[in-house]
Design a protein around this ligand. Structure first.
Ligand code: ADE
Length: 354
């Protein structure tokens, strides 16, 4: 797999109090993540409905001898969008170039990548909702007609040149499909949402990763880690690594249910997979704002977190698990959220439109 590395723009990592349960990719464990990424559909666990339709699209493209349609994968971080793009490339027998929108700041960045592509190659752009307008407009004719529209000269003498590009497939990934402009969204032939994983699926991911790390794990041990992984394989994989450290140092090297649970307790990851930031968020809303609704900016300031971390990392799972609710006037803790924190004084719930 050819990885396009563009280090021109390096982002500062987002602040988060517990890097283990942070579902975005962080620099220090990229190597670990890459080493355990499944390379084929056989090894890819979960997202079964999506995988079935992708297999058909791939087979059809191969039979027609045409490139795959451009695809957009969206959903919370850590669910395997990059991994899936790699599997698709492998299945197509094509090289993949991987970059992200924040690294494509200048027009020449996107032009350079597009011109470096070869017939049938896959271009993966992560966080595609963060593309700037100019780069996005360069992408339109590239996606639609496989051409680059370049202008030369100034005002009166301006000339447009059309440069043909090889036929390629763009795979875009985003955690925020709603922030994509509609002209860009409309140019993708296949738009697919990645779903949170079930406990059983995550237990399979955990067992597979433990195997790669050469660590023994029982079925119950794998399930215990899976239960605390917030539906997210990236988190499950991180937890396997941390728990295996405990198993080797403090126990007999085998991860069973007890070892998994006591290690995760020490790491302050609770039975729902919530970490200290998640619990602090729920507690803050309950204790300072009577359970909400309260605006996200207020919460971010009170927790010294940035709004994007709360929105992209903490909230998707809290919302999905029903502990938190989003209303037009801000965030509210649900009765389940109160119960999860062991708080008995649950206010009578008003409407979701409060
Ligand atoms: N690691 C991360 N995502 C995975 C998946 N979907 N299947 C197997 N291993 C994974």
């Amino acid at each position: 797999m050819a990885i396009f590395s563009d280090n021109a723009v390096k982002e500062t990592p987002k602040k988060h109090k517990n890097p283990i349960t942070q579902s975005d990719s962080i620099e220090y464990d990229k190597t670990f993540e890459n080493s355990i990424r499944p390379k084929s559909f056989e090894d890819y666990i979960g997202q079964s409905a999506l995988i079935e339709t992708l297999k058909i699209s791939i087979e059809a493209a191969k039979k027609r001898n045409t490139p795959l349609d451009h695809m957009l994968f969206y959903g919370p971080p850590g669910l395997g969008k990059t991994t899936l793009a790699g599997v698709i490339a492998e299945q197509m027998g094509a090289a993949i170039k991987i970059t992200s929108a924040p690294a494509l700041e200048r027009p020449r960045d996107i032009i350079g990548i597009l011109m470096s592509l070869k017939e049938g190659e896959i271009l993966f752009i992560d966080e595609i909702h963060r593309m700037n307008k100019v780069s996005e407009e360069i992408l339109y004719p590239a996606m639609e007609d496989f051409s680059l529209d370049m202008t030369t000269g100034k005002s009166q003498t301006v000339k447009t040149m059309r440069i043909p590009l090889p036929k390629f497939t763009l795979i875009g990934a985003t955690t925020k499909a709603g922030e994509l402009s509609s002209p860009l969204r409309d140019r993708f032939g296949i738009l697919k949402r990645l779903e949170f994983y079930t406990i059983d699926e995550l237990a399979k991911v955990v067992t597979r990763t433990a195997g790669i790390l050469n660590i023994d794990i029982t079925e119950e041990g794998a399930k215990a880690i899976a239960r605390r992984s917030r539906g997210t394989p990236r988190i499950a994989n991180r937890l396997v690594k941390r728990v295996s450290d405990f198993a080797i140092v403090k126990y007999d090297g085998i991860i069973n249910e007890d070892v998994a649970e006591s290690s995760l307790d020490v790491l302050k990851i609770d039975e729902f997979g919530l970490d200290t930031t998640d619990r602090a968020l729920l507690k803050l809303i309950i204790e300072k704002y009577d359970g909400g609704p309260v605006g996200i900016e207020t919460l971010a300031a009170a927790l010294s977190e940035d709004v994007r971390t709360l929105e992209d990392v903490c909230e998707p799972y809290l919302l999905q698990s029903g502990l938190l609710q989003r209303t037009p006037r801000g965030r509210k803790v649900s009765p389940e959220g109160y119960r999860h924190l062991g708080i008995k004084n649950i206010p009578v719930q008003g409407s979701l439109f409060d």
